[in-house]
Design a protein around this ligand. Structure first.
Ligand SMILES: [Zn+2]
Length: 101
């Protein structure tokens, strides 16, 4: 298991194992079930501790156009950051490199 990040706690259901042993009538472990509380992660952040870990269903209902626009704006944002870091490192505007045709 990875070390806990800030705000994360060991899952109380499975004690951080992320799984529950499945035992037969003789008490012999037959296998393991993934922990339903933490979905096998073995840890929960403070929100998950309250509501349980969830598959974010809202992701599936997000309008595809919105999510594409979101991705595009994120991409533009990171391009902007790349340009700024190039300017910082080389002291030149990246347009001088990129716009050569
Ligand atoms: Zn668990």
């Amino acid at each position: 298991m990875k070390p806990l990040k800030e705000g994360e706690t060991i899952c109380p259901e499975c004690k951080g194992k992320g799984k529950h042993p499945v035992v037969n009538e003789k008490g012999i472990i037959r296998g393991y079930n993934a922990c339903e509380k933490c979905l096998g992660h073995g840890k929960l952040d403070w929100v998950e501790r309250v509501v349980g870990k969830r598959i974010p269903w809202e992701w599936r209902t997000v309008n595809i156009t919105n999510s594409l626009q979101l991705q595009q704006s994120l991409l533009e944002q990171s391009l902007k950051e790349i340009r700024e870091s190039i300017i910082k490192v080389y002291g030149i505007s990246p347009e001088h490199i990129w716009d050569k045709k």
